[in-house]
Design a protein around this ligand. Structure first.
Ligand code: SAH
Ligand code: SF4
Ligand code: F3S
Length: 509
């Protein structure tokens, strides 16, 4: 059947119900619900390792290719690796370019409106491709598919989409694909409540040098502006032994760096009721594994405890760069954001961290133009940045997210004022960045070389311990290794230097 016939058939099935989409949903699909997603149940998380691909589906991908386009944060990048692993287990091969793939997935992000606009833009571009190649399966997954309004809009306006599935449904990919091949309707499977933690999902990691390791899923912080607690469900920590086992395995495979992932990694372990065990304890065990670099992201200032500071101060393979989102320097705004800490608490935490780890680098996230933010409140964000002296900050204009408490707040700040504030803040952040970058000139840094630089294949690119991009002319066989580089030039976003030789590494202790 070609696309036109398909659309005609779809129109027929939906015609009678078109006016009332809720009924359409009820009769055919399980719709996502932000309200339902907000509820935090008391039921225990079950840890499973029984993921299995049905014998009958194992050949599904034979002779077919897949392409996953990823938007959003590291969590999504890692989910993409899991989905790629499932595709490979189904016999699919990766497509070099999107246009040639037999299955295309958009793994989406819902954090701000412009993230969503980009996805709808891509869906628009893909309409032509679907017309030319109607047999291609097109799927939308990730955080946007957890939103009712997005699913409604896709059902209404983007009928060339074949499947929508949520962040809690990734392990169901084989059946979702199977259904999509058979069905003439759009297949929608979005569970609003999180399921179990499944330990044995396959992963096709994108790199051979650096790897992501999930330590927890979800977020229970409910900052009033943020959609993540709705799209990712409640906090669920992986068991320490499973994480340690995964990191050991990665070390054995030759990985040089791991980044522990969670929306709020400092809440790690708070959901265990049989053991008292937190992120500090986990890091203290992981640092003994023979892997050169360990990082973690993202930290929440409220749960950042002394035990973690004490462990990070032991150094070794624990990197001395901490991303510590502050969001605002004003106590009033922090309160309405429900961040549950004050400016003073944040500054005190920074003081303690700097005292324990003198060589530490701090970066942050900031939102400007939160509803009713006054000039004075914004100035407090500026002064906090100066006081802390961040190496870098990711800055955003507040974007209302449907279903969150902040989206209901009246807002008296005009967009041009917000833009002006963002510009002023960016100017300051860039000055702080430039200062931090120029401090590296003349220093020798240990750089983990990842590959050829984007601009020049004769130049290699890698990252320093503090996560600064470094470009250097070095022998290609050093890719994947940590080398010493003497920094000669600081640019705005990167450093350039001279290759010295492999870095001598001591014990992890
Ligand atoms: N879990 C992380 C943040 C994940 S989202 C944390 O709590 O630090 C990454 C950043 O996006 C946030 O730190 C925040 O600065 C920004 N952000 C989140 N929701 C936003 C919104 N509605 N509008 C603008 N920026 C937002
Ligand atoms: Fe969002 Fe706050 Fe959770 Fe971060 S801690 S994911 S900003 S709700
Ligand atoms: Fe975006 Fe979801 Fe990550 S909303 S930032 S992809 S958790």
């Amino acid at each position: 059947m070609n696309e036109e016939q398909r659309l005609a058939q779809r129109a027929q099935t939906s015609n009678t119900k078109e006016k009332d989409y809720s009924k359409y949903f009820e009769s055919v699909y399980q719709p996502p619900s932000l309200k339902e997603a907000k509820r935090r149940g008391k039921e225990e998380v079950r840890y499973r390792d029984d993921f299995e691909i049905d014998e009958r589906l194992k050949q599904m991908g034979k002779g077919r290719t897949f392409f996953i386009q990823t938007f959003g944060c590291q969590m999504n990048e890692h989910d993409t690796e899991v989905m790629a692993g499932i595709f490979l287990n189904l016999g699919y091969e990766p497509a070099a370019v999107r246009e040639e793939a037999d299955v295309i997935l958009l793994n989406t992000c819902a954090i701000r409106e412009n993230a969503e606009d980009r996805v709808f833009g891509e869906l628009g571009h893909l309409k032509g491709l679907k017309r030319e190649r109607p047999d291609v399966l097109l799927g939308v997954c990730g955080c946007m598919s957890q939103e009712e309004s997005v699913v409604n809009r896709i059902l209404k306006e983007q009928q060339h989409v074949d499947m929508i599935f949520g962040t809690h449904n990734i392990h169901r990919l084989p059946s979702i694909l199977h259904e999509a091949y058979l069905s003439k309707e759009m297949v929608v499977e979005v569970w609003s409540k999180e399921g179990d933690v499944i330990e044995n999902l396959p992963k096709a990691r994108l790199g051979k040098v650096k790897a992501w390791v999930n330590i927890m899923y979800g977020c229970d912080k409910f900052c009033t502006y943020c959609i993540v607690p709705y799209t990712r469900g409640k906090e669920r920590s992986r068991r320490p032994e499973d994480i340690i086992q995964e990191v050991r395995q990665l070390a054995a495979e030759g990985y040089q760096e791991i980044t522990l992932l969670g929306q709020n990694v400092n809440a790690y372990g708070k959901d265990f009721d049989d053991i008292t065990y937190g992120l500090g304890d986990l890091m203290d065990e992981l640092r003994l594994i023979d892997i050169p670099r360990i990082r973690f992201t993202t930290s929440h200032p409220r749960d950042f405890d002394d035990r973690l500071i004490e462990v990070l101060a032991k150094g070794g393979n624990l990197m001395n760069h901490i991303h510590l989102p502050v969001q605002s320097g004003s106590n009033d705004i922090l309160k309405i954001m429900s961040r549950k800490y004050t400016r003073e608490h944040y500054l005190e935490l920074v003081r303690k961290i700097k005292e324990a780890i003198p060589n530490v680098t701090l970066t942050t996230d900031i939102i400007v133009g939160f509803p009713n933010e006054t000039d004075e409140q914004f100035e407090e964000t500026m002064t906090l940045c100066e006081e802390v002296g961040f190496d870098h900050a990711f800055t955003f204009i507040y974007s209302p997210r449907e279903g969150t408490p902040a989206a209901k707040m009246k807002d008296n700040v005009p967009m041009d004022v917000k833009k002006e504030r963002l510009q002023r803040l960016n100017k300051l952040v860039n000055e702080l960045s430039a200062e931090a970058m120029s401090d590296y000139e003349g220093q020798t840094l240990a750089v983990l070389l990842e590959g050829e630089s984007k601009k020049d294949p004769d130049v290699l690119a890698g990252y320093s311990e503090k996560n600064k991009l470094v470009n250097v002319r070095a022998p290609k066989e050093m890719i994947g290794r940590i080398v010493d580089v003497r920094i000669t030039t600081a640019k705005t976003w990167s450093l350039e230097g001279e290759y010295i030789g492999p870095t001598e590494r001591g014990e992890n202790e």
